[in-house]
Design a protein. Structure first.
Ligand code: UGA
Length: 397
């Protein structure tokens, strides 16, 4: 990092790190103790992954406390950025055992791929602490941002983060069911969501149907919230339904691919070759964690399909040849399509819109595409004589 080499794909981050290093405002040191020694504010931003048993793994959060306990400057504020269960600030205060250090919660709402933009242009900044003074100390760091500032108690700040991500998941599952209904009744999900989005009470964002929501946050946070509700003796039925719908969505997309690209036999995908466009959980990131694409691809592979995939963020040079079991990764979208009984688009990379569909039609064995994001222009495909099957919309064949 000290050389300015950013190993994750994140828009504008390499430039930001480079500018920080060049100006001397950003330095990297080894060891958390060394980093916090002279700080007035310390941000803990470590990961809180889901452990095997479905609980949040707080090992890294706790390890930070133990590592910095004796190094913190008296009067400094320790801020948790990580997504942590409600009550963590209180627990960390006890674990830290330093009455001269306040603990605050400052959840982040950044999306992977656009985190620098989201940080500089937040919809709101939330800072929660038991001490108003500590919260105001943290809030002052954001003074230059043009964003509403909310100072809350620590538990509310922690809950806001989960409540936001779970709301988004519920919204997406709702849209995915409306899309399924559209297919049954002959309606068009694009027209429905456009009209829904014009209602400012609903809002136009997060209304795109897809192969299901994934990534390292929404799946983990919905499960954690469900558990937290259970512990509080609340049956969060709506959230459980959203999670169930998300599982169903992956199955539904798998069935659609089998129906559109498979044979008429009892094992429609057995020995069928499929080309795949996109494996990351969304465009703009190289993250495969909990990607609906990889889950569906593995299921297709289990059903006997041979999958060859192209993703702009996964080159065969930088990644192991088979980061997804059963899927061969290639460096060229036309190579992925070559000889395939159909093409499946999982990730909405903008460049997929500009593919040469005439060339694609020529290399495909069967000129058909299942577009799980309604990302492509069906008319451009029709011109190239490729049948298009979207989600929640009539096919264009
Ligand atoms: C999510 C939240 O959006 C951020 O606000 C939050 O800070 C972050 O989690 C986190 O907790 O750290 P992220 O995981 O980067 O961000 O991904 P999103 O952009 O929210 O997308 C999540 C999933 O929903 C993806 O699989 C995406 O493809 C899907 N999605 C999103 C749709 O299917 N349709 C949409 O209209 C929007």
């Amino acid at each position: 990092m000290s050389r300015g080499e950013v190993t994750i794909r994140e828009e504008s981050l390499p430039e930001l790190v480079r500018a920080g290093l060049d100006s001397g405002l950003l330095t990297f040191v080894l060891g958390a103790g060394e980093a916090v020694r002279e700080a007035d504010t310390v941000f803990s931003c470590v990961g809180t992954p889901m452990s095997q048993d479905g609980d949040l793994d707080m090992t890294a959060v706790d390890a930070v406390i133990d590592e910095i306990r004796d190094r913190l400057r008296p009067g400094c504020v320790l801020v948790t950025k990580s997504t942590v269960p409600v009550g963590t600030a209180a627990r960390l205060t006890r674990r830290l055992g330093r009455p001269d250090v306040q603990v605050a919660s400052n959840p982040e709402f950044l999306r992977e791929g656009t985190s620098v933009h989201d940080f500089l242009h937040p919809d709101r900044v939330v800072v929660g602490a038991e001490s108003r003074e500590a919260a105001e100390h943290v809030a002052a760091l954001y003074a230059k941002l043009d964003a509403p500032m909310m100072i809350t108690d620590a538990a509310s700040a922690e809950l806001i983060k989960y409540a936001a991500n779970c709301f988004l998941a519920v919204k997406l599952s709702y849209v995915n069911v409306i899309a399924e209904l559209c297919e049954r009744v002959g309606a068009d999900i694009g027209q429905v969501t456009t009209a829904l989005g014009k209602d400012h009470r609903i809002g136009g964002a997060f209304l795109r149907p897809g192969p299901g929501w994934g990534g390292s946050c929404l799946p983990k946070d919905t499960r954690a919230m469900l558990r937290a509700a259970e512990s509080a003796d609340i049956d969060f039925r709506m959230l459980r339904a959203a999670i169930d719908v998300n599982v169903h969505q992956r199955e539904r997309i798998t069935d659609k691919i089998a129906r559109v690209c498979g044979t008429d036999s009892a094992a429609p995908l057995d020995g069928v070759r499929l080309g795949v466009l996109g494996l990351t959980f969304k465009a703009g990131t190289d993250d495969l964690r909990d990607s609906p694409a990889t889950a569906i691809a593995q299921e297709l592979s289990r059903l006997g399909a041979e999958l060859v995939a192209y993703d702009p963020a996964l080159s065969t040079g930088s990644h192991p040849p088979e980061p997804v079991p059963g899927v061969t990764i290639v460096d060229d979208p036309y190579q992925a399509a070559k000889g395939a009984a159909g093409l499946v688009l999982f990730t909405e990379w903008p460049e997929f819109r500009d593919l040469d569909w005439g060339r694609m039609a020529a290399v495909l064995d069967r000129a058909v595409i299942v577009d799980t994001r309604n990302h492509l222009d069906p008319e451009a495909l029709r011109t190239a004589r490729i049948a298009w099957h979207g989600v929640g919309v009539r096919p264009v064949v």
